[in-house]
Design a protein around this ligand. Sequence first.
Ligand code: ASP
Length: 358
Amino acid sequence: MKNFQILTLFIGFFVLYSCKNDPNSTLETQKVLNEVSQIDANFGIVIHGGAGTILKKNMTDSLELAYRNKLEEAIRIGHDILNNGGDAIEAVTKTINILEDSPLFNAGKGSVFTHEETNELDASVMDGSNLNAGAVAGVTHIKNPIDLAVEVMNNSDHVMLAGKGAEIFAQSRGIELVDPSYFYTEKRYQSLQRIKDKEKTELDHDTKVSFSDAFIKDSKFGTVGCAALDKNGNLAAGTSTGGMTNKRWNRIGDAPIIGAGTYANNKTCAVSSTGWGEFFIRAMVAHDISALMEYKGWSLQEAAKEVIQNKVPALGGDGGIVAIDKDGNVAMEFNTAGMYRAHMNAEGELIIGIYKEE
Ligand code: ASP
């Protein structure tokens, strides 16, 4: 037994002994005991900022540093919340807010453009303690879609709201709305133009408008997500994205689909996905990882590997996940060249990664 665990037990017994004959102190005793039991409680947090063809040779030192710094800033916010006894949902939300507000990532500010040169944002959140969930799809004025997903979960009778209706609900709940120009970044706009040019050349004489490799590859980077375990043993996950560049017809990806982009269950794990959404929906990626753990007794790492390295590629898709299980074990699994990612455990150890080999 570690020294601090012995100390924790000693404090617990001391508090119990000194309060046992005083009926007025029952509540106070419970409070102190709760705090004592949290001292060495396990917790952890893991985030991603999207998976894709992220190669060192295409990255400048300053851009790489900017990504690493933002990942660290975001994960430290969530870690502090958990360390202070805050709940997993709050840690997930506040962490994602930092990434949504950064133009580096494809979520909130910096979201990718649709074919019509607009931005349509998707997000979802799930609470593993009660399997409550909230999601929004195709919103165009919501500064932080993850906040609206939480609002749908906590203050509506529904799980998923879309488009205009979601924004009317947002207004009624005091969620921050912005002019669509807020989401504009030159980099994402130019990516759309490049993909449109390529699409035009490759499909000029083809009547079938396909959502093919020709313009899918490299059109998706920077979805953000977070999974957390709090000191009370509650798991939560959330995901927020602008979707895929050049999407049209109000296409909706996996990010707002509970079970595909996001899933959390205190019995197993919390998962946030990033990748080619059409395949992640069909493979029910996030729930599948949880199900392999629940029904087959697999470890988180075994389950994540099976789904990301076998199931998704077999269908033709690519991407990755971050996940944490009820014991604080973490998986950061991806089948692409890179995935922006970070993990912090209860001891405050921080791991940040971008490329495959690190
Ligand atoms: N999964 C997102 C979508 O398909 C994109 C991504 O994660 O990069 O909308």
